[in-house]
Design a protein around this ligand. Sequence first.
Ligand SMILES: Nc1nc2c(ncn2[C@@H]2O[C@H](COP(=O)(O)OP(=O)(O)OP(=O)(O)O)[C@@H](O)[C@H]2O)c(=O)[nH]1
Length: 216
Amino acid sequence: MDAVVQHPFARVPIPAPKGHQTTRKPTREEAEAAVRTLIAWAGDDPAREGLIDTPKRVVKAYAELFGGYAEKAADSLERVFEDVQGYDDMVVLRDIPYFSHCEHHMVPFYGKAHVAYYPSNGVVGLSKIARVIDTYARRLQTQEALTAQITEAIDEHLKPRGVAVMIEGEHMCMAMRGIQKQGVSTVTTQFTGVFRDDPAEQVRFITLVRAAHAPR
Ligand SMILES: Nc1nc2c(ncn2[C@@H]2O[C@H](COP(=O)(O)OP(=O)(O)OP(=O)(O)O)[C@@H](O)[C@H]2O)c(=O)[nH]1
């Protein structure tokens, strides 16, 4: 059997060709060869003109689409603004777009994320919340794990009085293949602190999120 490598960011061992070291990330050339194999397996000719550079492009695209493995949410949440001049109510960011890939089929799911927290030790820059979402979305995910990881990162690093995260997603693995149901929206939520303990806080969060979608 081929040796197995444990990529530092991978959750499962990656089969490696014989003779390779056992603890390294596959090279760009190996990744490109894997794309050529998939093209041929799908039934096309990886050597034809239109496809000749495709493995390079795919690997470059993967570096971007899965760039979240090389990032830490903590880095985005490091800088806290403590002087918020008396503000201690809910901060809500709604309709943050995200793109991710399901870990089952490696096809996209995407939609909107809504995040709220009650500051206790200060606030973070608004863009940093969106960065945390991207750090986790740009990995192989389930929507549930994505929701939990975003919630946990904000809770752990900001230590607010509570965090609420709601994610809406359409999964291409359900729309383009398999059951082929288009337009299905999956909604996941996770709450900590006051949001978890007080259902009225959940209602307030959901009301504020929904207000964005109310007809004008
Ligand atoms: N809970 C959850 N399931 C997901 C997510 N993304 C994809 N799935 C589901 O993962 C399941 C994988 O099921 P399997 O039976 O192992 O794979 P499959 O034969 O391709 O299943 P079908 O999609 O039903 O054709 C499917 O039901 C997908 O809809 C996600 O984010 N969360």
